[in-house]
Design a protein around this ligand. Structure first.
Ligand SMILES: Cc1cc2nc3c(=O)[nH]c(=O)nc-3n(C[C@H](O)[C@H](O)[C@H](O)COP(=O)(O)O)c2cc1C
Length: 370
């Protein structure tokens, strides 16, 4: 029998003026099934179509330029061929009423010269290499490199790349875009003082460190209305060496700033997540409930949720929607399984980041028609 508490996950919710059938989110999940030139493949349409029972589907991280990519086979939204190839995928994802957003991504200093088009080190706010982690090169783990410091022209170019990718997302049929400002990638590198030691208008004060994000939002909103732009942040994570002595002030200012801009949603990665895996939390961690109350629009929380914790996040008002990453990979019909009280399949490591259908489109759906 279905637990009454879980009913809340099946209530419709309005986001960016669109009504979503339920509160389940397929969060962005890099699966590396695109071609080497960033063109998505038909297998991806099958994968997203299998998960079309979510209320909101956010694409895997999709890069705005070759310079913004850290790994082969990550899809892009910067060529006409990529736009064309995304169309059937977006259509499959939305085939059961889900709203579909593209996650726009620039990895900044998390890239490596071996994947940069000019063979030089990647770009970042300041010439500070990631310490404590290693880059997964095709030949095995290697140290991250000292990035090239972005000039004002370089920053403007990336702002324009986000704007172009957003236009392309609309052309491909996406309902909106999510800016990937979490997990130590380029936006996060600007936010945090450990990776941003600039002395110009993009560094120093919190307002200065948030400027790059605000410039991208402004440029993107020329083609995508502000209420169709979401922002994803990971305020409790130091993953990939982004730290700051005052994360509370930093991320509170950020949430207030995006609230003023009337965005579609705030997407919070929960404490206890480091990128794609679980991690220990510290005592002074920034709880999602603290930040969500600073945002008037819909809030998504993702990270470590079970159906029960998700329903309680929605019931307590901390969140309006909940992302299920690893559970959705292993259970393509996750909402239906939860509605039916069915067992959930466990995640296999096989095919997590590359390969063909194995570990990607071969997870079973419920057989019974209940
Ligand atoms: C295979 C895999 C790929 C991921 N790729 C992305 C990504 O492209 N963009 C992103 O913002 N987060 C990415 N994440 C993080 C997830 O969106 C999510 O925050 C994380 O899995 C925690 O949620 P969960 O406990 O429900 O799995 C990835 C996680 C996994 C497991």
């Amino acid at each position: 029998m279905r637990c009454v508490l879980l009913d809340q996950l099946f209530e419709p919710v309005v986001l960016g003026g669109q009504t979503l059938p339920n509160r389940f989110v397929l969060p962005p999940l890099t699966r590396s099934r695109a071609q080497a030139d960033g063109v998505p493949t038909p297998l991806m349409a099958e994968y997203y179509g299998q998960r079309a029972g979510a209320g909101l589907i956010i694409s895997e991280g999709t890069v705005v330029s070759p310079q913004g990519s850290a790994y082969a086979q990550v899809p892009g939204l910067y060529t006409e061929a990529q736009v064309e190839a995304w169309r059937p995928i977006v259509s499959a994802a939305g085939s059961k009423g889900a709203v579909v957003y593209a996650q726009l991504w620039h990895v900044g200093r998390q890239a490596h010269s071996c994947v940069q088009p000019d063979g030089c080190p990647p770009w970042g706010p300041s010439p500070i290499a990631i310490s404590g982690w290693e880059y997964r090169s095709p030949d095995g783990p290697v140290p991250f490199e000292v990035p090239r410091e972005l000039s004002h022209e370089g920053i403007a170019e990336i702002v324009a790349q986000f704007a172009a990718a957003a236009r392309n997302a609309v052309a491909a049929g996406f309902d909106g875009v999510e800016l990937h400002a979490a997990n130590g990638y380029l936006f996060d590198q600007f936010f945090n003082s450990s990776s941003n030691t600039r002395t110009d208008q993009y560094g120093g004060s919190i307002e200065n460190r948030l400027r790059f994000l605000y410039e991208v939002i402004e440029a993107v909103s020329e083609s995508v209305p502000a209420n169709r732009i979401g922002v994803r942040i990971s305020p409790s994570s130091d993953w990939m060496d982004v730290s700051d002595p005052d994360k509370r002030s930093l991320y509170s200012a950020l949430v207030r700033g995006i609230n003023e801009r009337g965005l579609a949603y705030l997407h919070l990665v929960e404490p206890g997540i480091a990128g794609a895996v679980d991690a220990p939390t510290s005592d002074d961690v920034l709880q999602s409930a603290e930040l969500s109350q600073l945002f008037d629009g819909p809030v998504i929380v993702t990270g470590g949720h079970t159906p029960q914790t998700a329903a309680s996040a929605v019931g307590s008002g901390t969140a309006d929607l909940v992302g299920f990453g690893r559970l959705f990979i292993a259970n393509p019909d996750l909402p239906r399984r939860i509605r039916n009280g069915a067992d959930l399949t466990g995640l296999r490591e096989e095919g997590l980041y590359a390969g063909g259908p194995a570990g990607y489109t071969d997870y079973p759906e419920l057989q019974s028609a209940n």
